[in-house]
Design a protein around this ligand. Structure first.
Ligand SMILES: Cc1cc2nc3c(=O)[nH]c(=O)nc-3n(C[C@H](O)[C@H](O)[C@H](O)COP(=O)(O)OP(=O)(O)OC[C@H]3O[C@@H](n4cnc5c(N)ncnc54)[C@H](O)[C@@H]3O)c2cc1C
Length: 460
């Protein structure tokens, strides 16, 4: 129901390598080619897998853009390597962690003070190419004008490392993690909400679940940070107050429509971005004047195009996602209007009356994110990736209650499945270190990811 883009496969590799396991023991990863389709006003643009093919496609839109792409990605690779190698595995307790000479030396190359928007325009002129390069930023939390150019590392993840898909569906990642955890002796209590984190004599003593206490010296609160801190943590150990949280810039929520279609949709791609309406107007409705969008861009995911196991024979499993401002009031008529608008555009591209073939429909937005996930303001992707909400300026990984840590998309390093996995590893590493043991990043250092090099090239 959530993540559908499997990016940064090296992060997943390292996660399983820590337990002596490999991704391919659990699921088959396929690289999508094209990685995705973008529907522009001028027609569709398929983003091919691999830099040489992508450079050629860029060149066909704007002379010189192929070389510009290579230069752009070379710079983005430096950010990815430095960011992943030196920054993301830091607990970010304080600025001092980033004050080491080798890190300071690399800092200018991260372009923290330049805007993403200016950075992209230095390389590309065609509005389609600009929009293409800016899309990962829009989905991950802030306008390109207010996002540091550092985040072009996302373009490197997209274009060079590729868009992958675990056959059987994204849930295969969860199943694999559960299996590894069970091997380690982990006991799961699913379907039960934690009601409180308990302290004794100023230290973590456990959690409260279903009115019962489970004793623990250490707790990692990996649910929505605001919920854990403001509702589960004993009041005297809360680091932040309501004013702090109200001032945070949240990344967008999403309006989702999950659809079952009782026929195949020829020509449909696994991922399609509908960028056939003005980008700036929609971005303003998310970030500047929060409201239900008048004419939104949207994204269509159809895993059944790649994987026949996720829909009955001859059918499609599809969801449509519209980024929406966080914290706005539910408005059923706006949701219905938007559904009509995006279905009109979807049907026009498919050249098929898709609505007639919908046999299942479920709508999901803020109120569901709040009810199901305790998500602050119904956020879908945590905090916006602005400069003043980066690294040690994010809500702290370590709580004021000794023994309790936070992890997940609202703390360091940030939103998305790979960063959230890293966040959990960093929190676990802090606990292990406090017990005199090595943390995940010391056991499987970034420099030696076993299968990482395999992702640099495109499989045939
Ligand atoms: C629609 C959508 C599409 C996305 N697409 C992508 C994508 O394609 N690729 C990508 O990398 N990322 C994507 N993301 C972002 C990514 O899913 C998140 O950044 C990531 O899952 C966050 O992980 P997390 O562990 O912080 O939180 P979550 O995955 O939300 O996990 C927190 C868990 O805590 C549980 N919880 C909450 N309160 C309690 C409580 N009191 N007691 C017990 N449990 C509780 C929740 O039920 C939830 O299961 C998407 C997100 C959404 C919503």
């Amino acid at each position: 129901m959530g993540p559908s883009w499997y990016w940064m496969p090296d992060v997943f590799d390292r996660y399983f390598a820590y337990f002596g396991r490999r991704v391919d023991e659990f699921y088959d990863l396929v690289r999508l080619d094209p990685s995705y389709r973008v529907e522009f006003d001028q027609g569709p643009f398929d983003v091919p897998a691999g830099i040489p093919a992508l450079a050629q496609a860029f060149e066909s839109i704007e002379p010189g853009a192929g070389k510009a792409l290579e230069a752009f990605l070379a710079e983005a690779k430096v950010k990815y390597d430095v960011g992943m190698g030196r920054f993301v595995n830091k607990p970010a307790h304080s600025i001092l962690e980033f004050a080491r000479l080798d890190i300071l030396k690399d800092a200018p190359r991260l372009q923290l003070l330049r805007s993403f928007s200016d950075h992209v325009r230095k390389y590309f002129k065609d509005p389609r190419l600009i929009q293409l390069m800016e899309f990962p930023v829009l989905f991950l939390g802030s306008k390109p004008q207010t996002t540091p150019a550092l985040y072009s590392l996302m373009n490197y993840a997209d274009s060079a490392l590729g868009t992958w898909y675990p056959m059987g569906g994204m849930h295969g990642i969860v199943d694999a993690m559960v299996s590894v955890a069970k091997d380690q002796g982990v006991k799961f209590h699913t379907g039960q909400a934690v009601e409180g984190i308990i302290d004794l004599k100023g230290k973590t003593a456990g959690i409260q679940v279903g009115g019962k206490t489970i004793e623990a010296n250490h707790v990692i609160a990996a649910c929505d940070y605001h919920h854990a801190e403001q509702h589960l943590m004993p009041a005297k150990f809360r680091r932040y107050d309501t004013r702090y949280w109200e001032k945070r810039a949240m990344s967008p929520s999403s309006l989702l429509f999950y659809l079952g279609i009782d026929r195949k949709l020829p020509g449909l791609k696994h991922h399609t971005l509908f960028f056939d309406t003005p980008f700036d107007a929609h971005a303003e409705e998310i970030y500047d004047r929060p409201d239900w969008p008048v004419d939104p861009l949207f994204y269509v995911c159809a895993p059944s195009v790649t994987d026949h196991s996720v829909a009955p024979d001859g059918c499609e499993n599809v969801f449509l996602l519209v980024p929406i401002a966080p914290g706005i009031e539910h408005d059923e008529s706006a949701c219905e209007r938007i559904f009509g608008q995006i279905m009109d555009r979807f049907e026009a591209k498919m050249n098929i009356p898709v609505r007639e073939h919908i046999v299942y429909r479920r709508q999901y937005a803020h109120k569901e994110f709040i009810a199901d996930y305790n998500a602050f303001k119904g956020n879908a992707y945590g905090l916006a990736n602005t400069l003043n909400q980066t690294a040690f300026l994010k809500p702290k990984l370590k709580s004021k209650l000794p023994g309790t840590y936070f992890a997940g998309q609202l703390t360091t390093p940030g939103p998305g499945v790979p960063p959230s996995i890293i966040s959990g590893q960093v929190a676990a590493g802090e606990i292990l270190k406090s017990l005199g043991m090595k943390g995940p990043s010391e056991v499987v250092p970034i420099e030696q990811p076993a299968a990482f090099s395999a992702y640099q090239s495109v499989p045939s």
